[in-house]
Write a protein that binds this ligand. Sequence first.
Ligand code: ATP
Ligand code: MG
Length: 446
Amino acid sequence: MKIKVPQDALWILRKLNQAGYEAYVVGGCVRDSLMGREPNDWDITTSAKPLEVKALFRRTIDTGLQHGTVTVMNHGVGYEVTTYRLDGDYSDHRRPESVTYSENLADDLMRRDFTINAMAYHPEKGLVDLYGGAEDMEKKEIRAVGDPDARFNEDALRILRAVRFAAQLGFTIESATREAIRNHVEDLGLISVERIETELTKLICSAHPEELEELYDLGITAKILPEFDRMMETSQNTPYHYTDVGHHTIAVMQHVSPTKVMRYAALLHDVGKPDCRFTDENGQDHFYGHPEKGVPIAVDVMKRLKLDNKTIDGASLLVLWHDFGMKGDLTETTFRKGVSRMGIENFPAYLEIRRADMEGQSDYQKEKKEADFARIREMYDRLLLEKPALTVRELAVDGKALMEAGIPAGPEMGEILKHLLDYVLEDPERNTRDTLLEEVACLRKS
Ligand code: ATP
Ligand code: MG
């Protein structure tokens, strides 16, 4: 088994070896290399103590000296070099009370979470796989190192990591490991939001976002994303859907690109539905107003997870607009007004979620929905060609021109500009200086 270790990581290994220390690449990079995936980063494990590591390299950063990690900078890239260590007791279900350095690679591999993450590699010594990681990789299984119950008891975040790796790699969780997860879900309440968000976001942006259902089955979303449980438990008795809100949501996630904005938008696009269900006299369900209802809920969820503002803004905008134009009665004017309010720069993302939303629905009236969608695309293409004014900035008059026409600066000016934009959105031909000033004169007379 050969792994191609990049030159810069190899240089660090060699330097540690020449100084008399053991050193291996370890963890995620070994796992990903064996699977033919591109590793995110190359982590190194060594018998050298942190101060010994620091003494050997010119540029280092004290990333986590208390748990033995020094980042070595090489050609602008950071490599985490961690001393072989044994973790002490975990009395709080999240971090060891103490760490002890060790002389043995075996000790260091034993403290790692899953067998596929507990392999080390050295170009001459080859693969060190003490827990059957390669075999589990063949079986496509996530298995805890050692006693699963004890491992989840030590650090409850591993619960979420198990499902995250299953989602990224397309693996299943081995049965004893899965059972142990069930026993420790409650402990997730002790884990910081930041650590949870990191793992949840990796799962949501993975190749298999449908693993969210595994989180639900294991009782994990009940702890960290109860809004999803409500979606799973909201059925949709309507010809437009073949499944409940939760399964539909998963299907939409599978059909958008794996970016944070798109995946969180898909996850939350129908989050308002459980609160909006209305069953008519024929027993059919309707969800009037669910996009508007969903926005504050979506924002709450994303703030609770401490997601960045760019993701929160981008995803909540799509929650609000995801149903735009699908009633089939869109005129050129209402279309321009919608695009103006949404912001034309957001339109491609809207089209993406719109298309994914359709993919996750039943075939009922499919042709009509396809035709409506095609029409929206056409209108958008025409908009790009004709470039009508969609913002106040693109109007043929500006604040200065209005002041010359006698409008004082202040709130009235803002109102007039808004009115003029509406006036132009109704008919783009009106966007000339003369027409707009005439309109202003009319306004002031009335
Ligand atoms: P990624 O590709 O997402 O970075 P990774 O496997 O490298 O995946 P990291 O979170 O970067 O995951 O951790 C690096 C290694 O450290 C893991 O492969 C694993 O061996 C070990 N590890 C990380 N977190 C834990 C944990 N909570 N418990 C035990 N071992 C862990
Ligand atoms: Mg990593």
